[in-house]
Unconditional design. Sequence first.
Length: 172
Amino acid sequence: RIALLIQNRMALEEQNEVASHLEDATEVQEGVFPNDDKTQKYGNLLFLLQSEPRHIAHLCRLVSMAEIDSLLQTVMFTIYGNQYESREEHLLLTMFQSVLTYQFDNTPDYSSLLRANTPVSRMMTTYTRRGPGQSFLKTVLADRINSLIELKDLDLEINPLKVYERMLEQIE
């Protein structure tokens, strides 16, 4: 599976590189693959990134917020794309643990730790889009949310201004 990903990605990257260097080229040749040495090195890099999650965790801390979504899509749906294989899921969760540990150790304000727009919050959001994450959330939250919906007199307003206005109305 990794070899196919490598070949497809390398072929596309080389096609784009050739197209950008050749001004008079009208059409990029299809089916051109990189040499075996390059493919082997690229495969070794992907294997290292997959089997050593600390590297990706460090990368998540260094990448800008504008690039984090693209990185997380690649990490969670390509490098650790087999959601139902326990090894890949374990490695992905190990990467999560490393990023969370760093975030907790280096945060000045715990109250906004998971509320702020950080790589950790983006990771959590992207993780819940995976199949197992969605089924877990449905299992855990479905009954509780349904019981809240059934309560007719429950006020679920979260706008602070409206809550304050209603409190003033009740006092008067």
